[in-house]
Design a protein around this ligand. Structure first.
Ligand code: HEC
Length: 126
């Protein structure tokens, strides 16, 4: 009896995990892929992290889009101008569009800041 209950629990929980909805992304997969290449080409990861992994000179950028209320222009302006700790990047319009699309899509993959994690009753983290 216990065995069947555990099996049923396992199946239900697995179903729940598989049907768990992510935040929707409206960026085309091609743009995301191009943006990832721009990210790699300029080695942003050497100073920035996604989900805490990367270099630690700059902040984690997983939820950078949300941080600025999805205002891409603010982020673009910062990347173009840089400051005394972050180099400026004079990217082409296309490169910038792709990079911002990549960051926008990254934000929809989840929440990377452990300070804002909340554990729900069903064990999921939001
Ligand atoms: C040499 C290290 C370095 C590299 C390489 C680098 N950054 Fe940064 N970046 C920083 C630092 C340091 C900051 C924090 C600046 C501050 O707050 O004064 C920062 C801040 C930022 C911010 C603003 C974060 C915020 O909300 O305050 C964005 C967006 C950003 N970087 C994007 C990028 C992108 C995109 C690339 C690659 C094209 C990149 N960075 C490459 C060091 C770097």
């Amino acid at each position: 009896m216990v065995f069947y209950c555990l099996c049923a629990g396992f199946i239900l929980y697995t179903y729940k995990l598989w049907t768990h909805e992510e935040k929707p992304s409206f960026v085309s997969p091609q743009l995301i892929a191009d943006g990832k290449l721009v990210w790699q080409k300029h080695n942003c990861q050497s100073c920035h992290q996604f989900y805490g992994l990367g270099g630690y000179l700059g902040p984690d950028l997983t939820n950078e889009f949300e941080r600025w209320d999805n205002n891409a222009q603010v982020i673009e302006a910062f990347i173009r101008s840089g400051n005394n700790r972050m180099p400026s990047y004079n990217l082409t319009q296309d490169e910038m569009k792709a990079l911002l699309g990549f960051l926008e899509a990254m934000n929809t993959t989840g929440n990377a800041d452990p300070r804002h994690f909340a554990i729900r009753k069903d064990g999921m983290i939001e």
